[in-house]
Design a protein around this ligand. Structure first.
Ligand SMILES: Nc1nc2c(ncn2[C@@H]2O[C@H](COP(=O)(O)OP(=O)(O)O)[C@@H](O)[C@H]2O)c(=O)[nH]1
Ligand SMILES: [Mg+2]
Length: 334
């Protein structure tokens, strides 16, 4: 029984113990039933598909705080023609991960791979297909999707497409200080996501998802990827996946100086700006020249003037942080 299931059981036990009007036999029966129900719910099973080195293990580590070996991709059970189900320990419980080799490895093995996949796919809670964000060649993916899901359209809903290594997207100018894509990369990634989604929908019209670009190594956009996974998992099984979630914090990779600038200001307790600025007074005849508000010069400057509450909000929400940096970079001020 995993740690978090035990925690759930402990909380439940306490509340049952504290409820009046139950005999001890009733309490025992309730707790036993609950424990059985929890224990019989198997761990989430993720089938990961993608070529060796695309970042499947890194992705599992970033989403579940697991210690999967990275970069030893040849160790997958290539050519063994068995289904390689691995038990993976995340910080919030066990997962079953099926690490499937890329279908594109070798044409002579393609048919056997397809047969193997068709066996395993129906047992998956989610099928996470990982593709390099910068690779626009999707012909093989389309072919494989048609072969795998054509005969099993009921499985299409479990598919998630992750476009990993967003940081390697052209023009390769990732903003390492803020740990975010540059403006140009962001535009390119958005376009790639849309293009990829369209091309997948062309072979699988029933697929309702959208491809998510992310960077497992940089903890970038993990929330969006996880959200797609949650949608893909059959509803009654969602909680087992959600329970295991332990997303790596992308701010861990934001430049320390940048974070320090904001934290120092936080300690000095700079008051927050009025969210609703007062109505502008009517212009008067002898109006003196107003000082122009200059946009902050850098992200660090912009962060340094945030209030404690504003900072905490940004720190907790990557999307907002990203939006903030984008606005600063565009020079629009706060
Ligand atoms: N630049 C970059 N490299 C990554 C990213 N995710 C994984 N990698 C690297 O890609 C290599 C292969 O990763 P791994 O997770 O072992 O791939 P797998 O064979 O698909 O399991 C490792 O060197 C990772 O550090 C990413 O988002 N960006
Ligand atoms: Mg691996």
């Amino acid at each position: 029984m995993s740690g978090s299931i035990r925690g759930r059981l402990r909380r439940f036990t306490t509340s049952v113990d504290q409820s009046d009007g139950l005999t001890s036999a009733q309490r025992t029966a309730i707790l036993q039933g609950y424990e059985e129900a929890l224990g019989s719910e198997g761990p989430p099973r993720l089938v990961l598909i993608g070529e060796a080195g695309v970042g499947k293990s890194t992705t599992v580590n970033a989403l579940f705080n697991a210690g999967q070996a990275v970069g030893h991709s040849r160790a997958t059970t290539d050519r063994a023609w068995t289904i390689p189900v691995q038990e993976v320990s995340g910080s919030n419980g066990t997962l079953e991960v099926v690490d499937m080799p890329g279908l594109g490895d070798d044409i002579t093995n393609y048919r056997r791979y397809v047969d193997l996949y068709r066996e395993i796919l129906p047992t998956a809670d989610a099928i996470v297909w990982i593709h390099p964000a910068k690779d626009r060649m999707v012909h093989l993916v389309q072919q494989a999707l048609a072969d795998l899901f054509g005969p099993s359209p009921e499985l299409v809903g479990r598919l998630v497409f992750g476009l990993n290594k967003a940081d390697e997207m052209g023009p390769h100018d990732w903003n390492t200080r803020a740990n975010l894509p540059s403006e140009l990369q962001r535009a390119a990634l958005r376009e790639r996501e849309e293009d990829f989604t369209r091309r997948i929908a062309r072979v699988l019209p029933a697929w309702q998802g959208r491809a998510v670009s992310y960077a497992a190594l940089r903890f970038y956009n993990l929330t969006a990827l996880f959200k797609e996974m949650m949608y893909a998992v059959p509803e009654q099984r969602r909680w087992v996946l959600e329970q295991r979630m332990d997303l790596a914090d992308f701010t861990a990779l934001v430049d320390r100086k940048l974070l320090q600038a904001a934290t120092a200001t936080t300690l000095a307790e700079v008051p927050a700006d009025d969210p609703e600025p007062p109505a502008r007074p009517e212009p008067v005849a002898d109006q003196r020249e107003q000082p122009r508000i200059q946009p902050p010069r850098s992200v660090a400057d912009a962060l340094a003037v945030l209030s404690d509450a504003q900072w905490r909000e940004l720190h907790a929400d990557r999307t907002r942080f990203q939006e903030f940096v984008r606005r600063v970079e565009r020079g629009n001020g706060l």
